[in-house]
Write a protein that binds this ligand. Structure first.
Ligand SMILES: C[S@@+](CC[C@H](N)C(=O)[O-])C[C@H]1O[C@@H](n2cnc3c(N)ncnc32)[C@H](O)[C@@H]1O
Length: 228
């Protein structure tokens, strides 16, 4: 798994086929056989969008990315409400991508797919001005100073997202941490995003696993909606 963190096309699944390191590896390999386009990883992601290989994006009005799809709650909800939009859910753990992919299958949705991929390398799989929206709900906050370098959202990351979005496309983030909200707001404004709070997809009431937990605990959450 380690090499995967700096080489996003490294196939971290197949070499582990015969081991019992992680029970989700076999499940992912089985899914590969039965539903090859619901979960992509490794070399498949190098040319994923070419020639309608896995899905025909030309039949959709928009393409949106959800980073940190976890168990698939938000991905399923968004894809159900927006049948004309194609959604990519992305995560870095075997278990989470498998759960997201099976949640899509269970819901009978074909307008979404899951990528086992490190979101720090988005420019290697998406061309410039390609995406209509990016959703990030409750990124790991890494509150300890020593771990700060692990935070996903940074100046560089936000500038990168700006480049990959089409003009008018949205960036939508929720967090339970005020500092993460404030830092992201600054990064977005420095990158040139505009704050207008409007989303171009059906989104009313969309939640997530972490969102539900925070709501149950009456914990405050913060939301940012910006457009390019
Ligand atoms: C705190 S969880 C939030 C999950 C979900 N969005 C929610 O709101 O319930 C953060 C998720 O981001 C994923 N993640 C962390 N770093 C990532 C990265 N570099 N690329 C893709 N996913 C990442 C984690 O594996 C985890 O599933």
């Amino acid at each position: 798994m380690d090499r995967f963190l700096y080489d996003p096309f490294y196939d971290s699944v197949s070499p582990l086929k015969d081991t019992t390191v992680n029970p989700y590896i076999k499940k992912i390999l089985d899914l590969d056989q039965s539903k090859p386009s619901v979960l992509l990883y490794g070399q498949k992601l190098k040319d994923w969008k070419d020639h309608g290989k896995f899905f025909d994006l030309s039949t959709y009005s928009k393409l949106c990315l959800e980073i940190g799809s976890y168990s698939g709650t938000t991905l399923v909800d968004l894809a159900s409400r927006n049948p004309d939009v194609f959604f990519i859910g992305m995560d870095i753990t075997f278990k989470r991508v498998y759960q997201s992919a099976t949640a899509l299958l269970k819901a009978g949705l074909s307008n979404a797919s899951v990528f086992l991929y490190n979101a720090l390398f988005l420019d290697k799989i998406f061309p410039k001005s390609f995406l209509d929206g990016v959703v990030i709900f409750f990124p790991d906050p890494w509150t300890k100073e020593k771990k700060r370098k692990n935070r996903l959202v940074s100046t560089k990351f936000t500038q990168g997202i700006y480049t990959l979005l089409k003009p008018g496309a949205f960036f939508w983030l929720r967090t339970d941490q005020l500092f993460y909200y404030e830092d992201t707001k600054n990064y977005l404004e420095q990158a040139g995003f505009k704050h207008n709070g409007s989303l171009s997809i059906n989104h009313e009431g969309v939640s997530s696993s972490f969102n539900t937990t925070f709501n149950l605990k009456n914990q405050q959450t913060y939301e940012l909606i910006y457009t390019k």
